[in-house]
Ligand binder design. Structure first.
Ligand SMILES: [Zn+2]
Ligand SMILES: [Zn+2]
Length: 140
């Protein structure tokens, strides 16, 4: 069981089970969204996530043509979740909002083509220039 919350505490969540994947994303949207050099997201089945409070949302169209919806706290602005119509049924949690993110193990880094030179990463991590054609496994 995972728990997490935004900076002010108006939005909180619990999640059952293990993440399907944990990824760093260096795309420019994630840099703007987070104000940092990359985001780290833990993807879970949407059904495993229970949210309390009412996050605000913002939707945009990705380069791949999917609708990406970002959920964030309406009071303090903390980014909390993302969904993508290219990955129906899944939700990505902004890893820094987890209460116990120390135990996460990122498996992959994507959109390395826009990684900033000052954003030093673990060189042993599988790294992709863009978005690899990865799909969540069935039956999760
Ligand atoms: Zn908040
Ligand atoms: Zn990104």
């Amino acid at each position: 069981m995972w728990t997490g919350r935004c900076l002010c505490g108006a939005c909180a969540y619990t999640i059952k089970g293990d993440p399907v994947v944990v990824a760093h994303c260096h795309c420019l949207d994630c840099q703007r969204l987070s104000g940092a050099a990359h985001t780290t997201g833990a993807m879970f089945p949407e059904a495993a996530v229970t949210i309390t409070g009412k996050p605000a949302s913002f939707a945009l169209t990705s380069d791949a043509g999917n609708t990406v919806t970002r959920l964030f706290c309406h009071t303090c602005g903390s980014p909390l979740f993302g969904t993508n119509t290219g990955m129906p049924g899944f939700m990505t949690v902004c890893a820094g909002t987890l209460d116990n993110s120390e135990t996460l193990s990122p498996q992959v880094a994507v959109f390395a083509r826009t990684r900033r030179g000052w954003d030093a990463m673990d060189p042993s991590l599988p790294t992709f220039e863009g978005q690899p054609s990865w799909k969540p496994p069935d039956g999760v």
